[in-house]
Ligand binder design. Sequence first.
Ligand SMILES: CC(C)(COP(=O)(O)OP(=O)(O)OC[C@H]1O[C@@H](n2cnc3c(N)ncnc32)[C@H](O)[C@@H]1OP(=O)(O)O)[C@@H](O)C(=O)NCCC(=O)NCCS
Length: 131
Amino acid sequence: MYDELENLYALCFPDKKQKWTANDFSDLKKSGCEIIASQNSFVVWRNIGDETEILSIGVVPAARRSGTASALLQIIEQDIKQLGVKTIFLEVDESNIPAIELYKKTGFFNVGRRPHYYDNGHDAIIMKKEI
Ligand SMILES: CC(C)(COP(=O)(O)OP(=O)(O)OC[C@H]1O[C@@H](n2cnc3c(N)ncnc32)[C@H](O)[C@@H]1OP(=O)(O)O)[C@@H](O)C(=O)NCCC(=O)NCCS
């Protein structure tokens, strides 16, 4: 399973210098993260008290713009509501327009910025959603 996630990650993030490996996914799972994956998409998140953090989400290029990522976010939301989670947050590269548009469309809003957070020098935008 973790090898498949490594492959999926590489397909979804071809330009990332430091790609998540099978070991990284395994460690995330061991540390309490939740993972959903299919043949063409994955999402990783963790629940911390009444908050959930989305750590990564990806859909392979051929399957994009078909509602897959939105559906994954909806599945997570339904799951965490039952746990009493009130807020979802995430960080996204300021230049990642598809992701920012996805998050805006699914109810996230900007709450902050981490300057030069990424290896490429870009800022991270912090986004939240109240559920
Ligand atoms: C961001 C990503 C996960 C979106 O996945 P997706 O399955 O294509 O998203 P959806 O089909 O659910 O799109 C929902 C909405 O997001 C917005 N959106 C998605 N891709 C977009 C794009 N390329 N440009 C503009 N808006 C976009 C649209 O509003 C879209 O609704 P619409 O298709 O009805 O217009 C996908 O592009 C991806 O895997 N990118 C590479 C990995 C990545 O950047 N992950 C996020 C890291 S924070």
